[in-house]
Design a protein around this ligand. Structure first.
Ligand code: ATP
Length: 268
């Protein structure tokens, strides 16, 4: 699937929210979209999912089955949780029983008779996840999926992502809380200043061709380049986890050498 020179703005004379977005989403890949609040991550995800249409440009070769989980599940609908999942199964041409495995796995059994507007945010989020997974998606788009989930449920997200990608699906997920560490094989895209910055490693190699990464390493290792120079000093900076990729890019663009990224607790 390709985003082909996609531009988007919310109103005719409004400033562009996204400009000149071009990127390829390979089957079997997980892509984490990073960026500060209001940068345009949700907008990008909605364009990819087909919830929004580009103002200019096009999204090409989107898979037939798209699972879309918005940041806020639209709970103001006249269904119970079970009624909603059965209705969504019907929309996808499935029997109501298709919802059962996800009801079990996401621990929804105690909430099935609860009207959607009365669900807690986390439980509503799980109903949103369940409906997106009723049919194995060719593209799964998750907007801040960890928001509102309890710790055991948060651990399910990487498992579900791995299952979708190993079945050949693509997963696009936004993250501003730094949960990215739970998706160690993901590519990183950053939205900043209305444009999309794609990590060079997104050039299209498939997961089996990726360089090995330690499961605990949230950022790609950066080889130290060149010999030490007497004119240089080392400046250590602290940045928010979700802004690390953008900070590295800015420093590199300014002509500095980024020697590495480490957790704050790790010694040198
Ligand atoms: N429906 C809308 N109508 C008009 N402007 C919008 C709409 N939705 C978002 N915006 C604006 O578009 C910009 C990008 O918003 P978006 O929600 O895509 O950012 P984000 O990176 O997902 O932010 P957050 O991390 O806070 O969710 C923001 O300036 C936002 O105010």
């Amino acid at each position: 699937m390709r985003l082909d020179d996609v531009w988007f703005r919310y109103a005719r004379r409004a400033p562009w929210t996204l400009r000149e977005v071009g990127a390829t989403l390979e089957p079997g890949r997980t892509i984490v979209v990073l960026g500060r609040n209001g940068a345009g991550k949700s907008t990008l995800l909605q364009l990819a999912a087909g919830v929004l249409r580009p103002t200019r440009g096009a999204v090409r070769d989107r898979p037939a089955v798209v699972g879309w989980v918005p940041e806020r599940f639209p709970a103001a609908q006249p269904f119970t949780a079970l009624g909603y999942l059965h209705a969504m199964a019907g929309v996808r041409g499935l029997s109501p029983a298709a919802a059962d495995p996800w009801i079990d796995r996401l621990g929804l059994a105690a909430h099935l008779d609860t009207p959607l507007p009365d669900l807690s945010k986390g439980t509503a989020q799980k109903v949103g996840l369940a409906q997106a997974l009723l049919t194995s998606p060719g593209l799964l788009v998750l907007d801040e999926p960890w928001e509102g989930l309890d710790a055991p449920s948060r651990e399910l997200i990487p498992q579900i992502v791995a299952e979708v990608t190993s079945a050949g699906g693509t997963v696009l997920v936004s993250d501003h809380r730094g949960e990215i560490a739970n998706l160690p094989d993901a590519l990183h895209w950053t939205v900043a200043d209305g444009t999309l910055h794609v990590e060079p490693s997104s050039g299209g190699s498939l997961p089996s061709e990726s360089p090995p990464q330690s499961g605990n390493e949230p950022f790609p290792a950066i080889p130290a380049s060149g010999a030490d120079n007497a004119d240089e000093v080392v400046v250590e900076i602290l940045v928010r986890r979700h802004e690390a990729a953008a900070a590295m890019r800015q420093l590199t663009a300014a002509g500095h050498r980024v020697q590495g990224v480490r957790e704050t607790g790790e010694g040198r």
